[in-house]
Design a protein around this ligand. Structure first.
Ligand SMILES: [Zn+2]
Length: 421
């Protein structure tokens, strides 16, 4: 084949082949409502893994597995010593998962390789497609387990010991499905990492934009809050003499939401879990425990929100006399993506003529862990009504196609193509 830079710039993936692969993989664990239930390290996960790796081998790729079951499918480059330009995601799903979450990122990577094969294009750096173990965290905690071990966020031993509800461990289940590799997690160089994913939120669809250029992920702070008052009869106790824990708690709950509005557009504030004691119609609540989830695109931003909640809790405690305990239970730093990867995604979208906008990732993704080790970036496409982790999750074929074309050109820019020898 004659090398022609113009040919390279007009290169497009095979959208139909990608769609068919997505639909075929979705049959493994397919549900009646059109979703997918393929929990990590189950027999169905094994079948999904076997299918995807068989496709990779058919495409001429070599497959390696690390000790936490992360799988790396490699297309050779001309310079084998260069670190690979990698893409990937996950193929495990939620119990009520959809066809696209994770699976799209993996199969889009495979489609990039198939497309390069079709056109006989060699890259200088190898290209790799990864799928990471237990991204969803539905069967085993912590979430993003494979990429987390890979990035050193927690140890392999810690991950191995995690148990599902029946007491089966990650190690036992990895062994059972035959996916304990020999490679030490993290001992696998990455030149740059891109991940294509449905947005799982409503921003792109609302703006009628095809490509979300992801600048990074939100920092997260989780608190438990306990307000302690005094139970008393709802009839005989006059309003002035009550210690109503719920009434005090609602001030804080409102503040969680109002502080997120104040720090728009990237801030989020959610109270998702509330326990009222004794939860009786005619008893003044004596104790309320609730969760607080604060997010923002910078750590300074999310800390500022947390400081406001803490200050309000202190002043409410002073003015009402009720005890308010605020405990930080979990914290994830904001993770900006690498400017070169963000720019590569934006430039590819521009080259291809797709509408684009900068977005932040409100959800966790494997790319957030790879970003600790290597330049990383993400490509979002719209999904129907912003819905994910639901069997009705849906994405338009033209968006699936567009995101994969952006991935192709972003990766080619990093992996470098030169004329045939
Ligand atoms: Zn996902």
């Amino acid at each position: 084949m004659n090398f022609n830079p113009e040919h390279l710039s007009s290169l497009r993936i095979d959208a139909n082949r990608l769609w068919q692969s997505l639909m075929t993989l979705a049959q493994i664990g397919g549900t009646e409502k059109g979703g997918v239930c393929r929990l990590a390290l189950t027999e169905l996960d094994r079948q999904g893994r076997d299918l995807v790796t068989s496709w990779a081998r058919e495409a001429g790729m070599t497959v390696t597995v690390d000790q936490i079951g992360n799988v790396f499918m490699r297309r050779a480059g001309r310079q084998p010593d260069l670190p690979p330009i990698m893409t990937g995601s996950h193929i495990d799903t939620q119990p009520t998962g959809g066809k696209f979450d994770g699976n799209y990122g993996v199969l889009a990577g495979l489609e990039v390789v198939r497309c390069l094969n079709d056109h006989g294009i060699e890259t200088e750096a190898p290209i790799e497609v990864a799928f990471w173990t237990n991204e969803e965290g539905s069967r085993f905690v912590p979430v993003m387990m494979g990429s987390g071990v890979f990035a050193g966020a927690f140890s392999l031993e810690h991950a191995y010991q995690a148990q599902d509800q029946e007491g089966k461990t990650v190690l036992e289940e990895l062994q059972r499905i035959g996916y304990v590799g020999t490679e030490v997690p993290g001992q696998h160089p990455i030149g740059a990492y891109f991940e294509t994913h449905i947005e799982q939120g409503p921003v792109l669809e609302d703006a009628d934009v095809t490509i979300g250029v992801v600048s990074g992920s939100l920092g997260i702070r989780w608190f438990d809050c306990i307000v302690t008052g005094m139970e008393a009869h709802a009839g005989p106790t006059p309003m002035a003499l009550r210690q109503d824990a719920l009434q005090v708690a609602t001030h804080l709950m409102q503040a969680v939401v109002s502080t997120a509005h104040k720090y728009a557009p990237h801030a989020r504030g959610t109270v998702g879990m509330v326990h009222v004691h004794p939860n009786s119609r005619n008893v003044i609540p004596g104790r309320v425990k609730f969760s607080i989830d604060l997010r923002n695109n910078t750590d300074a931003g999310v800390e500022a929100m947390a400081d406001e909640i803490k200050a309000l809790a202190q002043s409410l405690q002073g003015s009402t006399g009720l005890r308010i305990e605020l405990t930080l239970v979990s914290s994830f730093p904001a993770q900006p993506f690498h400017p070169a990867c963000v720019e590569a995604v934006s430039a590819a979208a521009a080259h291809l003529g797709y509408s684009q906008m900068p977005v932040v990732s409100g959800a966790g993704h494997d790319a957030i862990y790879t970003a600790r080790l290597a330049p990383s970036g993400m490509i979002f496409i719209p999904c129907k009504d912003g819905i994910s982790h639901n069997e009705i999750e849906d994405a338009k074929p033209e968006h699936i196609e567009a995101g994969c074309n952006v991935l192709l050109h972003a990766m080619l820019g990093q992996a470098k193509v030169s004329p045939p020898r």
